[in-house]
Ligand binder design. Structure first.
Ligand SMILES: Nc1nc2c(c(=O)[nH]1)N(C=O)[C@@H](CNc1ccc(C(=O)N[C@@H](CCC(=O)O)C(=O)O)cc1)CN2
Ligand SMILES: Nc1ncnc2c1ncn2[C@@H]1O[C@H](COP(=O)(O)OP(=O)(O)OP(=O)(O)O)[C@@H](O)[C@H]1O
Length: 250
């Protein structure tokens, strides 16, 4: 096993577009899979969630150090989502500026600076909180070197399943069009990284190259069925095509 770190992709290489769609059948299959994973999240013991905090903190800190990112954009976790808050507080303490999303009309995202103590307000989903403060568009990403994207599940082929709002599917191309190229990583629990081909794809779905879990960063490279192979190189250096690597468990 090799330590993964210098192969994190940038926005242009990361957001591969899927061209395969099976229309409503895929949407139904996504809704089913989302339901299953969210049920598992509800059953995950609080102790297990808290136990994952250290892993997310350690691995996010390492990625930030390797990326040399001044700013990081991430998300404020819902109760069942990966417990990222300690990792984000630590990033702030180490001098990184932290940006979190706020939901806008038209299923758009804006971005708000966050630090421990920033007042929070209810967001667009039950339990979701958003930082209060000035809302920014893509200009918030001027110094963002790493964007951590929430996923309910992600396939080893990089196909992402979110909460079903299509927020990131809309936002990522806009970010890229604005000329910002942060490294982009999905984020979920290790048991939400699914076999290649098992997360249904629709034509609008962004496909990601890496995922941050409590056990480390997983490179998502396995081709699934009809998808063209992943590029052999990412934003920084070559990686084995078609392989996937996981950091050793805690
Ligand atoms: N922690 C976290 N923050 C995040 C996301 C996430 O997945 N996790 N998002 C990832 O995208 C965005 C918010 N995603 C959303 C996805 C779906 C709906 C949605 O379907 N809302 C329903 C009402 C839901 C309800 O009240 O039960 C609606 O608008 O009709 C809202 C937000 C931005 N912030
Ligand atoms: N770029 C887009 N433009 C217009 N509609 C879109 C776009 N991307 C997604 N949608 C629509 O948004 C809805 C939700 O999409 P999907 O189920 O892929 O969301 P998701 O990726 O799970 O959610 P999120 O990104 O918010 O976590 C679908 O009806 C889809 O057609």
């Amino acid at each position: 096993m090799r330590e993964q770190g210098d192969v994190l992709p940038r926005a242009d290489s990361t957001v591969r577009r899927s061209h395969v769609t099976n229309g409503p059948a895929d949407a139904d299959a996504k809704a089913r899979l989302r339901g299953e994973v969210l049920e598992r999240r509800r059953r995950r013991a609080g102790a297990a969630r808290r136990g994952a905090e250290a892993g997310f903190s350690r691995h996010l800190a390492r990625v930030l150090a390797e990326t040399n990112a001044p700013d990081v954009a991430a998300f404020l976790p819902l109760p069942g989502e990966p417990p990222l808050l300690p990792a984000l507080a630590q990033a702030h303490e180490r001098g990184h500026r932290v940006w979190l999303p706020a939901v806008e009309p038209g299923r758009r995202l804006s971005w708000v600076r966050w630090q421990p103590g920033t007042p929070l307000a209810p967001g667009a989903l039950p339990g979701l909180l958003e930082p209060t403060g000035q809302r920014h568009g893509t200009e918030a990403f001027t110094a963002v070197g790493l964007l951590v994207v929430p996923v309910v599940a992600v396939g080893r082929d990089g196909v992402r399943l979110g909460f079903g709002g299509g927020y990131y599917d809309r936002f990522l191309p806009v970010l890229s069009a604005a000329g910002h190229r942060p490294r982009i990583m999905a984020c979920c629990f290790a048991d939400e990284v699914m076999p290649a081909g098992s997360v249904p794809r629709e034509s609008h779905d962004a496909v990601l190259d890496t995922v941050l879990t409590e056990h480390g960063v997983v490179v998502l490279r396995e081709p699934a069925g009809d998808r063209s192979p992943a590029p052999a190189t990412t934003g920084r250096g070559a990686t084995p095509c078609g392989g996937s690597e996981t950091l050793p468990p805690e």
